[in-house]
Design a protein around this ligand. Structure first.
Ligand code: DON
Length: 524
């Protein structure tokens, strides 16, 4: 069973499963297929994280996050007046060195069963033979017109200034050629061969920083997943350079200090959820970064003892302003998640991104893909909010070769018997973390079926700005009134990321996509 933001990509994964591939082969196939069929977020020019749990108990986490180019400097986006420029968000200077191809090929080699050529084949076909433009794809291009139009991708994505017509076939021959080179020569084609040259040339043309040397030294890192527990379930999650796992586990630990969750949607529910998010994000924003550059108190933040200390700071009857919990940080959209399980019970959770939809807008004309704008995930100036309003400390400042902190939270939950129960993750910047947690809690505490767990109204609090976001149609007026009376800075909207997930059901597996997003689940 595979759930992703593109039904074509999910089907590509199923094709590989049916050929005898395992969940890792399928996940790699979906990753490449998303780069073709969901180019707003699926990518070769971005990066991501993959958490794997094999049926025999082995686990792995692949960190293929982008890194800052060697020529990057801490204050490169600071303007003379102290504000941050838009260059971290759009245009050639916004891109980190892409990690996607290194990560997907490393996972395939380490734990896949089929040769790379076989798992790339469906993506290659989608690029070469094309796929039919649907209304969602056309709308997504229109929404990012200003980002795409100045760069080389305009010729393909905005012929005559508009998206290709709905119902027409979208063919990407240059991308097909790139995929063929990767199928033949592996990651070397991308990092040391003709694709590297195409990226470096595009950068030189446009004033970007990524060079052949940056590409040649890029490496995906295999890490051990973080392991937490929640009410007898086991949580396997992504360690830094993503903040996802630490923040998911810390929040769940805090919730677990309460024997029972309050009634879903009640004042008590919002109070507890919001306060747990707020505390976990304070720790996230102030302490987490690239493990090669910063020392982090991960064991402490993910411990049950620490959760008890955090719980003691939660008042029973009122909100706590973030400023009272942490006076100030000391100075010193777009993504896609997919979940895969195979017939043997191997499971893979992957989240990958270009950051904003269509990334930096810059398109590598001789290789056929967009480059990310992930540099904005650094604290371009510690204390200043980024694209998602996140305010982070100096531990996430820019440095050459450093990974920018992420919120991506690919997560695998095992049931008390140790069998895969839920494979989940999301897109939506910091809302990835809070949405992923809420789907887990909906499934475990509220016993919701998968579709309900994904559709249920959501909350979001990232500590700064100090506001508690909620799905406007999801919470009763009197509940909102009492939260306001308790001192919560309630904010309608901006509460939800979009999740995709696979869940064990008595007859097998359910797969589903958040009703707030497009995509599809495919099984066999
Ligand atoms: O890594 C991160 O946390 C962000 N680059 C994710 C961006 C994202 O989810 C965009 N989607 N709305």
């Amino acid at each position: 069973m595979i759930a992703s933001n593109s039904e074509l990509a999910s089907a590509a994964g199923v094709e590989v499963l049916q050929q005898g591939g395992n969940a890792v082969d399928a996940a790699v196939a979906v990753g490449f297929a998303l780069a073709v069929a969901h180019p707003e977020a699926g990518n070769l020019g971005g990066g991501g994280f993959m958490v794997i749990r094999m049926a025999d108990g082995r686990t792995a986490a692949f960190d293929y996050r982008e890194v800052a180019p060697l020529a990057a400097t801490r204050d490169m986006y600071l303007q003379p007046d102290g504000s941050a420029s838009r260059e971290s968000i759009i245009g050639p200077k916004a891109s980190g060195v892409p990690g996607a191809v290194a990560g997907l090929t490393a996972a395939s080699q380490a734990l896949g069963r089929l040769p790379l050529r076989s798992v790339i084949a469906p993506a290659l076909r989608l690029a070469r033979d094309g796929f039919v433009v649907d209304s969602a794809f056309a709308r997504s291009i229109t929404g990012s017109r200003a980002r795409i139009a100045p760069y080389a991708g305009a010729a393909l994505f905005l012929p005559d200034g508009s998206p290709p017509p709905i119902g027409s076939r979208f063919v990407q021959p240059v991308l097909a050629h790139t995929l063929e080179q990767i199928a033949d020569h592996g990651a070397d084609a991308f990092y040391r061969g003709p694709i590297a040259t195409a990226i470096a040339e595009e950068m030189q043309r446009d004033g970007g920083l990524i060079t052949s040397a940056d590409l040649a030294r890029y490496e995906a890192v295999r890490r051990a997943p973080l392991q937490g527990s929640y009410r007898g379930y086991t949580v396997l999650a992504m360690p830094p350079a993503s903040s996802g796992g630490v923040t998911v586990i810390e929040t769940l630990n805090v919730l677990e200090t309460f024997d029972q969750m309050p009634l879903f949607g009640s004042t008590g529910y919002v109070h507890l959820m919001g306060d747990a998010f707020q505390r976990a994000f304070i720790d996230r924003n102030g302490t987490l970064g690239d493990p090669s550059f910063v020392v982090m108190p991960i064991d402490r933040l993910t411990s049950k003892a620490y959760a008890k200390q955090v719980r003691a700071t939660i008042a029973t009857d009122r909100a706590t302003p973030t400023g009272r919990l942490v006076p100030q940080l000391t100075e010193g959209s777009q993504t896609t998640h997919y979940s895969v399980v195979d017939a043997d019970g191997n499971a893979v959770a992957t989240t990958t991104t270009l950051n904003a939809l269509y990334g930096s807008g810059v398109y590598v004309r001789d290789a056929g893909f967009f480059l990310n704008d992930e540099m904005d995930d650094f604290a371009t100036r510690p204390g200043l909010p980024n694209m998602f309003g996140l305010v982070e400390g100096p531990q996430n400042a820019i440095a050459p070769g450093k990974r920018m902190l992420s919120s991506m939270s690919p997560t695998i939950v095992l049931d008390p018997a140790g069998k895969v129960f839920l494979v989940v993750g999301a897109r939506g910047g910091p809302r990835i973390i809070t949405s992923t947690i809420q789907v887990i809690v909906n499934a475990i505490d509220y016993h919701m079926g998968l579709m309900d767990a994904l559709a249920a109204p959501r909350l979001h609090d990232q500590a700064r700005p100090d506001s508690l976001h909620y799905d406007p149609s999801g919470f009763a007026g009197p509940v909102l009134d009492s939260l306001t009376a308790m001192g919560y800075p309630m904010a309608a909207g901006g509460a939800a990321g979009t999740c995709t997930a696979v869940m064990r059901i008595p007859l097998g597996w359910a797969g589903a996509v958040d009703p707030r997003a497009t995509g599809g689940a495919v099984g066999y």
